[in-house]
Ligand binder design. Structure first.
Ligand SMILES: NC(=O)c1ccc[n+]([C@@H]2O[C@H](COP(=O)([O-])OP(=O)(O)OC[C@H]3O[C@@H](n4cnc5c(N)ncnc54)[C@H](O)[C@@H]3O)[C@@H](O)[C@H]2O)c1
Length: 338
């Protein structure tokens, strides 16, 4: 192993690690997965066999941090563990890639950011849209002024089930409050992060939340109204109890409306006159780096991360506000200027 190889430990070997983190890190040049941790041994063994044959296995993440085998860790565990694991890793001198949502609350997220600054280490969030050519292309269209002044965004993400009913059948924590579950943190973080990315800081939030499933103690539906500091408005609609899956958004500007659905599909811009402009996937930005390459580049000082701890903290404040407003019958929650 060359001396500038980045040695990565992955904490949590569940679905996202099996599908994304382990294969993702395995493909980044100059990065080696040297340690894997999961109390469910079969999950760690599966990842070791498929992606990291030389990694040492741990059942206790504190032992992994003590072993001196890693320069960086990827925290891919249930949400209630993100802050304690990330802070301990940063204090142990490791860079951290933390899964979304960053934490249980903005207080925890702020503590993580402080720990990263204190340690002088990279803290990156795996806010997937930031590393996706589809969403990067929209950001560029907006930055290039193709929609004019932004006025409104409407984003819908409706699912027929929660993650424990599809994505990760053993992941009951996704629908458990004490473990950090709920649709606001799980999906709201992605869509909300996109809204902040394109529209900037939020001034206030009003939201209604609902729990339709009878066997869970978290919200599985949420609708939130955003007022941005720019004066623009937004509407975020989320469900885990929809009859069919539906994902789409509209971005309204003074010069046109951008319509989109999901990565892999085209974009359309409606204008006052003329036929709508079609932007096929072949015209999306090329060379957008995935999260794992971005993390390695940030550690090496080649490029700053598209989703550093500051970005994670900003969306965490909004998630807290959605939940608070939902608990209080939709009462408007003001967000302090950051
Ligand atoms: N970025 C994305 O698009 C995306 C998609 C899915 C999940 N996620 C996030 O990834 C994280 C993990 O989600 P998942 O789908 O893999 O869930 P999962 O339930 O499939 O896996 C979680 C894993 O963490 C392990 N774990 C639990 N306690 C642990 C501990 N103390 N130490 C080490 N491992 C422990 C579990 O045994 C399990 O293997 C969550 O934060 C989730 O929100 C992100």
């Amino acid at each position: 192993m060359s001396s500038d190889t980045i040695r990565v430990g992955i904490i949590g070997c569940g679905m996202i690690t099996q599908r994304s983190h382990a294969p993702g890190f395995a493909k980044v040049g100059g990065v080696t997965i040297t340690a894997l941790c999961d109390p469910v041994a079969e999950n760690a063994v599966k990842v070791q066999k498929e992606h990291a044959p030389d990694a040492r296995l741990f059942s206790d993440w504190r032992e992994l941090l003590k072993a001196g085998l890693v320069d960086a860790v990827s925290v891919a565990t249930p949400v209630y563990l993100h802050a304690p694991m990330s802070v301990a890793a940063l204090e142990a001198g490791c860079h951290v890639l933390c899964e979304k949502p960053m934490a249980m609350s903005s207080a925890e997220a702020t503590g993580m950011l402080a720990a990263a600054r204190q340690a002088g280490k990279v803290l990156q969030l795996n806010l997937s849209r930031r590393y996706d050519p589809f969403y990067q292309t929209i950001a560029k269209l907006i930055a290039d002024g193709r929609l004019g002044e932004l006025r409104h965004i409407r984003a819908i993400r409706m699912h027929t089930g929660a993650p424990d009913q599809g994505w990760s059948p053993t992941g009951t924590w996704f629908v458990s409050k004490k473990h950090g579950g709920g649709i606001v943190g799980d999906i709201g973080v992605h869509v909300g992060d996109m809204m902040l990315w394109y529209f900037g800081a939020v001034e206030s939030i009003s939201a209604v939340t609902a729990t339709r499933r009878s066997d869970i103690d978290v919200e599985d539906n949420a609708t939130a109204l955003f007022r941005f500091r720019s004066g623009a408005t937004g509407l975020l609609e989320l469900s885990w109890t929809s009859a069919v899956n539906r994902m789409c958004f509209e971005i309204h500007g003074s010069d046109g409306i951008l319509l989109g659905a999901a990565p892999g599909e085209g974009l359309q811009i409606l204008r006052k006159q003329g036929t709508p402009e079609q932007i096929p996937p072949t015209q999306y930005l090329q060379g957008v780096k995935n999260s794992f390459q971005c993390f390695a580049d940030a550690i090496r000082g080649i490029a700053s991360s598209p989703a550093p701890g500051e970005v994670g903290c900003a969306i965490q404040v909004v998630l807290d506000a959605i939940r608070e407003s939902g608990r209080n019958g939709g009462r408007q929650v003001a967000i302090a200027a950051g």
